[in-house]
Every structure is written in C-alpha cells, then in structure tokens.
Design a protein around this ligand. Structure first.
Ligand SMILES: Nc1ncnc2c1ncn2[C@@H]1O[C@H](COP(=O)(O)OP(=O)(O)OP(=O)(O)O)[C@@H](O)[C@H]1O
Length: 596
C-alpha cells in the first residue's frame, strides 16, 4: 500500500511553503510602493489614498465573502461603520487616554464580530431560506444607520461626530500605517485563501450538500466567516475614524455597501488584488473628477460598472494578471499535494445499519411504508425496483434525519433521530449521490483534503500537502487512475473520473456504512467493471456495510451479496441474488404486471 500511496504525488519533494511565495512577493512589492508613496505623491492624493486604503480592507473582506464563498452581501459597510463609531463614541464621550484607546480597539473588533455572528445566524441558521441572507444583508445597514440617526447628541445623529481627540500623527505616517495595514490584511487573506482552510471556504460556494455529507456544517462555516471578517472590517473602521477625525451615518449605510460591491466587481472578485485596484482606482478618480463633473461623475461610474460587468464579467484583474504574466513570466509551481496512507483507528466491532418501520409521505402520497431492513458489515445489499419504487427516497431517509415521516434508523448503534446529514456522518455514514456531487473549482487533491477535514482538521496557513487516505479510498484511486490527476481542476475531469472522485471523497472519511445511488450511471463498460470490482471489495475485504441503488440487474448480480426489491414503497423481496433473479413475482413487477 505504501508503494501505491507514494506513487500518487503532485510534487511531494517541493517545500510546503513554496505556494506561499507568490502572495509574499506581491506583499513585498506592495510594501515598497507604500513606503515610497509619500515621497512621490502630492498632499491631496496622499489624503485620498489613506481613506481608500481603509475602504480597500473592507472590500477585501467582501471579496472573501462574495468572490470566494459565494455570499453576496450589501451589509459589509455596516461593520466598518460600527468599528468607526465605536472609536469615535469612545474618544468623544470617554476622552483619549491609553485606556480608552485600548477599549476602542477592543470594541471596534468585538462589537462588529458579535453583530456578524447575529447577522450570520439570521442569514444561515439551519432551515433559513437563501432569500434570508439577501434580506438581512439589505436590512442590517439600514437598521444601523437608523440607530445612529436616532441617537441624538450621543451619536451626533445626521451630523455625525466630529472634533474628537485622536492620534496626533503626521499624514505621511498615516499613509504608512493605512497602506501597511492594507498590505498586511491582503497578505494574510491571500495566505488564508491558499491554505487548506481557504479551500474549504471555496468548497462552501461550490457545493454545500457535499460538504454536509462530508460531516461539515456549511452554515457554521458561513456564520464564522461573516463574524471573523466583520472584525477586520471593524478594525478598518477604527483606522478610518482615527485618521479622519469625523464619522457620519453614511459610512454605515446601504449606499456605501453597494459602492463596495462595485469596487469588488470592477476590480475582479475572487482575486483579492482586484478589489484593492478597484477601490483605489475609483476613489482616486472620483476625487479628481467628481469636482469637475459633480453630477455626471456617479453616472459615469455606473456606466463603466455596467460595461465592465457585460464585457469583462470577471472584472479588470484577469486583464492585469495577463499583463503582469507577460512582463514577468513566472514558472507554474507544481502543487505539494501528496497522498499518504491514513492511520485511522480500525474498529473491532461489525458495522451495522438498522431500519425499523420507516415511512415517508408527501402529503397524502405514501412513498415508503413499513420498511424494515438490517444490513451488517461485509454485506453489499443492492436496492432494486421499478422507477418510482422509492429507492432514492429511502436513501434520503437514511442520510438525513429530517426526511422520514416515521420509524427509526440506527447506524452502528446510534439512533439518527432528526439529525442533519453532517451530524449523521459522524456516526460513520457516507453517501454518494446519483449525479456526482463534488467541488467543481477545487483540484482533485484539494477535494480529497477537504474530504478529510472532519478527521484531520485544516490548516489556516499552510497549503495542501499530505492527504491521508484510508485503504478503501486508495484502492478506488488505484482502480480508476484518479491519482494521476491530483493537480487537475475537478471541472475538467471526465464524467467517470468525477464519479470516481466522489466515491473516493466519501471513502476518505473512513465510513462504516455507505449509501451509493447508481454510482455507475452513465459510465462506460470498462469503468463500470472497475468501479464494480472496487465496490465489491469494500464489503468483502474492508467490512463496510454497503447499500447500492442500481437499475442494471446484470451488474447487481455480479457484485451483490443480497438483493432487496422495492415496489410501490414496500419491500417485495429480500433474498440472495439467485432467489431474486428466479422470482416470478419480481419478473412480473419488472414486466409491469406487479401486485398492488
Ligand atoms: N419531493 C417530492 N414530492 C412529491 N413526490 C415525490 C417527491 N420526491 C419523490 N416523490 C415521489 O416518490 C416516489 C418515489 O420516488 P423515488 O425517486 O424515491 O423513486 P426511485 O425508486 O428512486 O425511482 P428512480 O429509479 O426512477 O430513481 C415517486 O412517485 C416520486 O414521484
């Protein structure tokens, strides 16, 4: 096994730190620009850029949410505003001392994070509709602005707060602080997005269902991300309030939130560098042109936005990257992904799944009735039956506790109750869907590493390197040749490779019971044989309890240890392959003359 495992490598000899070289080189280049900026620019441009640096930090947080995690929000300005007001309120009402400065830093981070937790929970609690996130992101900045408007002299209402004492620092130094803060935030976020944890954030955007069936609650990831990034936006707000010496309700509002979306979209979302270029570019141009074109300027920005979105939906970043790539052709780094054998503890007891009196109804339509079934480790049970018999519905009832209308399901002695899929996976369940349910924009190696997140955790700093896989997953990789494609983006895989990847991801979690819904649908005969052999071995050699939904009776015959025939939501027959194949009842059901 070790030989096979070491053969599956995408460049293991390279240092794990090499993929971080690009963001670090970019950071050094940006730091040099920030260092020399005050000596090359005029006073006006310096002032505009300091403000823009703080805005760009918020744009970066929006880019992580929208560009990487797929969460479009208009509310990011509100967290910036809360951080700014936290500082301005403390300096106005409590004075400017070492203690109040420390308090301002604490509250400018903690209060936006608490608000972020609340906003995240309201948007993504289990059962929330996707519409909630949009509504909450629209309503939140309006609520914060209204609170400030109605705060009287305490918040300064529509006039805001002005004239509070703040840091006595030269403008040039502010430029270095704000620019350095932006370079630091950009570098840390770039390192995060290249790390194992960053790949998980992209996986949330790609496929929440798959993530849940890998034992990770995608809602928790989104809530944590919203709260964490709110803290960074709040800190940028503190910087802005301390530099400008003035805060107004507009900085918390929906309009500023929309402006941030324009900055990110123009620059190029999901790139980090794009939002920085977008923010600095538009802020600088606005400062110079809006004076000469007071009313027309907003119109011009709007028109440019529409044109860029239509002509360059990915924003200006790909254009910039192309130009930089031509000027500085950097060699493409091989990834450091490498498959190694996992050392997961081997259970001594036999795997089991017990299904008792399970029913499922859609309104008055009874789709499953009184299903009783027990499957032990070492068995590969094929679930067959005509279209509409209830096979997929039964699989859903086993993987998600909220699906059943009645009855109980016990996996390895654990009653699944009404638990969600990510929690049931913890009992040892793996599920493969009929349509390959995978992460299209990750590589094969990244997908497998994310599949191991529940067991091995994920680094927020280091890129993917060792991917520990159990023997079952290694066997499927070997049988299907998937190991040759570790660095390949999943979207470029063939249909058969995608099916093999999903199966390998499911097996990566070392499940004890696996549900496979037509795992060979749409595969060539050769691929079917390969996967079929690997599936039979899962039960026979590795002791897994396997439930397989399959239409092709010839395929079922070659790999099953038992066959269960479902018809009109009931178990018609539960027996050996021979018993089912020679059953007159089963033949009559398949010929359309089945009983009622
Ligand atoms: N969400 C739903 N609402 C109403 N009826 C549904 C729903 N999902 C499934 N059904 C019905 O439940 C019955 C069983 O469907 P199911 O998909 O489980 O059958 P199946 O045996 O997997 O069929 P196939 O082999 O065609 O995939 C069908 O009559 C289907 O129309």
């Amino acid at each position: 096994m070790t030989d096979a495992a070491t053969a599956i490598t995408g460049g293991a000899s390279l240092s794990r730190f090499r993929p971080l070289a690009a963001p670090l080189a970019a950071a050094v280049f940006a730091a040099i620009l920030v260092a020399v900026g005050p000596y090359l620019l005029g006073h006006y441009a310096i002032n505009i850029l300091i403000r823009a640096f703080f805005y760009a930090v918020v744009a970066l947080t929006l880019d992580i949410l929208w560009g990487y995690a797929g969460i479009l929000t208009f509310g990011q300005a509100a967290f910036f505003g809360i951080g700014a007001y936290a500082a301005a309120l403390i300096f106005t009402h409590l004075g400017f001392t070492t203690e109040t400065i420390a308090l301002a830093f604490l509250l400018a981070i903690v209060v936006p994070m608490i608000c972020g937790l609340l906003v995240g929970w309201l948007s993504f609690y289990t059962g929330a509709s996707p519409l909630y996130a949009s509504v909450v992101s629209l309503a939140f900045p309006i609520v914060i602005s209204q609170l400030i408007y109605s705060g009287g002299t305490f918040t300064g209402s529509s006039s805001g707060l002005v004239g509070y004492e703040t840091f006595d620092i030269r403008t040039k130094t502010w430029f270095w602080i704000a620019g350095g803060g932006l370079v630091l935030a950009g570098t840390l976020l770039a390192v995060l997005m290249r790390s194992e944890l960053g790949r998980l954030i992209v996986a949330v955007r790609d496929n929440e269902t798959r993530l849940a069936y890998l034992g990770i609650d995608p809602n928790k990831v989104k809530i944590a991300l919203t709260a964490g990034l709110a803290g960074i936006a709040g800190l940028a707000g503190l910087g802005y309030a301390s530099f400008s010496g003035v805060v107004a309700p507009e900085i918390t509002g929906f309009v500023f939130g929309t402006q941030l979306i324009i900055y990110v979209a123009l620059g190029g979302r999901g790139t980090l560098i794009g939002p920085i270029v977008g923010t600095l570019g538009i802020e600088l141009m606005s400062a110079y042109l809006s004076g000469d074109l007071p009313y027309v300027w907003q119109l011009i920005v709007g028109l440019v936005f529409v044109v860029v979105i239509i002509v360059m939906p990915k924003g200006l970043a790909p254009l910039l990257a192309g130009a930089v790539g031509r000027l500085l052709p950097l060699p493409r780094l091989a990834s450091t992904a490498r498959i190694v054998p996992a050392t997961d503890p081997v259970a001594t007891d036999k795997a089991s799944i017990d299904i008792r009196d399970v029913t499922k109804s859609f309104g008055s339509l009874k789709v499953l009735q009184g299903i009783d079934l027990s499957i032990a480790g070492g068995e590969l049970v094929s679930l067959v039956g005509p279209n509409g018999a209830g096979k997929t519905t039964l699989m859903r009832c086993l993987g998600d506790g909220a699906e059943r209308s009645g009855g109980s399901v016990t996996i390895d002695g654990h009653d699944i109750g009404a638990r969600p899929p990510h929690s049931i996976v913890g009992f040892g369940l793996g599920r493969k869907f009929q349509m390959a349910t995978i992460f299209e924009s990750l590589t094969v190696g990244e997908s497998l590493r994310v599949a191991r997140a529940r067991i091995d955790g994920l680094s927020p700093v280091l890129p993917i390197s060792d991917i520990a896989l159990p023997a079952t997953a290694l066997a499927v990789m070997e049988a299907t040749g998937l190991g040759d494609h570790l660095d390949r983006e999943v979207r470029h895989l063939s249909h058969g490779q995608k099916q093999a990847l999903e199966l390998t991801m499911v097996l990566a979690m070392s499940p004890r019971v696996i549900l496979l819904d037509e795992p060979t649908a749409g595969l060539t005969k050769v691929d079917r044989q390969r996967i079929g052999g690997a599936l039979a071995s899962l039960a026979r050699d590795h002791g897994l309890a396997v439930i397989l939904v399959e239409h092709d009776l010839d395929f079922v015959r070659t790999i099953s240890s038992r066959v269960v025939v479902l018809h009109q939501g009931r178990i018609l027959l539960d027996g050996t392959v021979d018993e089912v194949v020679h059953s007159e009842l089963v033949k009559s059901v398949y010929s359309g003359a089945g009983h009622d």
